[in-house]
Design a protein around this ligand. Structure first.
Ligand code: MBD
Ligand code: FE
Length: 284
């Protein structure tokens, strides 16, 4: 869990929380640093940089602008945001290129492990009167051979109707719209939540400055984040989007894939929408 309490809705506050979250994840594991590999990768990265400078005749003014921007990214704690928005999608592509099961996509900076465990049919923790269209998200977790996977877990986390994530924005209950659902003996699950809003990259930090300076837009489409796992199978980290939603076709983080777009229908009785989506996991 993060030790950073979010009191202000600033890029620096959510950046600090994302940085702290990443550090606690890193402390749990070890980072292998193979000298040969570092040499290869960093040499290639520097060569690509040198080539760009020559090709575009980069000036001292531009070099200084880059230097001050990089300093600012660190001050804002926005390295997790920057990397996950503009780099992670290719790392994910390479990491999962041989999978046969369901598609994954990037994790992003706002995952928190150990969210409350919930039964196979559950409502994510939310405030009284939580805003947003009610959503029933249901399905089955299966192995590539078609067997339903008993005891599979579906971790879900997503933004609220204002596009804010608990633990990374002020004033939200700790586990708002975050939960770990344990599927039944057939791998079936039913999750009640509310539809998230699109997410805007904070405009007051270094990533926002870059977006403004380059004339880009700052939006990710509305999305649900998921980590799905089961004994003897590979964990899948993914996101699901909503057909016709804003920025599904121009996600700033380049993380949308056609297989990840949901098309919910209105529920038969009551209000809200429902959708069925099954996860197929590769064997470990
Ligand atoms: C998000 O919510 C997100 O999912 C990613 C990848 C980057 C920034 C914010
Ligand atoms: Fe997100």
């Amino acid at each position: 869990m993060t030790d950073t309490t979010i009191e202000q809705a600033t890029a620096a506050a959510s950046g600090a929380a994302a940085t702290e979250q990443f550090r606690s994840k890193q402390r749990a594991g070890t980072t292998d640093v193979d000298t040969k590999r570092v040499d290869t990768l960093v040499s290639d990265l520097l060569s690509a940089t040198h080539e760009i400078i020559r090709r575009h005749k980069v000036t001292y003014a531009e070099y200084d602008a880059l230097k001050s921007w990089l300093i600012r990214v660190g001050e804002d704690g926005e390295w997790p945001l920057f990397l996950d928005v503009w780099v992670e999608h290719v790392v994910e592509e390479v990491a999962n290129e041989n999978r046969e099961g369901s598609k994954g996509t990037i994790e992003g900076p706002y995952y928190v492990p150990d969210s409350p465990r919930l039964p196979a049919e559950a409502t994510l923790p939310m405030r009284d009167g939580e805003q947003g269209t009610a959503l029933l998200f249901q399905g089955q977790v299966r192995s590539v051979d078609g067997t339903g996977l008993a005891g599979a877990t579906i971790e879900m986390w997503h933004a609220d109707n204002d596009g804010l994530y608990s633990q990374f924005a002020p004033g939200l209950p700790e586990w708002n719209l975050r939960g770990t659902v344990v599927a039944d003996d057939q791998g079936d699950f039913k999750i009640h939540t509310v539809e998230p809003a699109p997410y805007q990259i904070p405009t007051d930090g270094s990533c926002g400055r870059l977006i403004a300076a380059a004339g880009w837009h700052a939006w990710r489409p509305a999305h649900l984040h998921l980590k799905v796992s089961a004994p003897g199978h590979q964990l899948i980290t993914t996101q699901l989007y909503f057909k016709g939603g804003e920025h599904v076709v121009d996600d700033i983080a380049s993380a949308v894939k056609p297989e990840l777009i949901l098309d919910p229908s209105p529920v038969a009785e009551g209000t809200g929408r429902e959708v069925t989506y099954d996860f197929v996991l590769d064997k470990a």
